[in-house]
Design a protein. Structure first.
Length: 95
């Protein structure tokens, strides 16, 4: 009997939930197509950086490590407020 090989068996899943729901999800800097709650399937093993964002709330950030075939859950509790972002102001040179 031959043993079947599943090329997707080593891929993991990240489940992202948030309070409040319908927040945007970014994985490794790239926006994902769905809002929370959502399963992100077919994730390669290794470290991944997750951000959960919603207008009027501080960004939730978490780094997760995925092992072969592992399922990881993230429950992002968003806090009201705004992120502190550094702003760049260019000074005009009026000579």
């Amino acid at each position: 009997m031959e043993e079947s090989f599943d090329p997707l068996a080593h891929l993991g899943t990240i489940t992202v939930q948030s309070t409040p729901e319908e927040a945007m999800i970014f994985m490794n800097g790239f926006m994902q197509p769905n809002l929370t709650p959502v399963d992100l399937p077919f994730i390669n093993p290794g470290k991944h950086f997750i951000e959960v964002k919603m207008d009027g709330y501080k960004t939730f950030k978490e780094e997760v490590s995925i092992s072969d075939g592992e399922e990881v859950s993230i429950d992002a509790k968003l806090e009201p407020g705004e992120d502190e972002e550094s702003t760049f102001t260019a000074e005009e040179n009026s000579e």
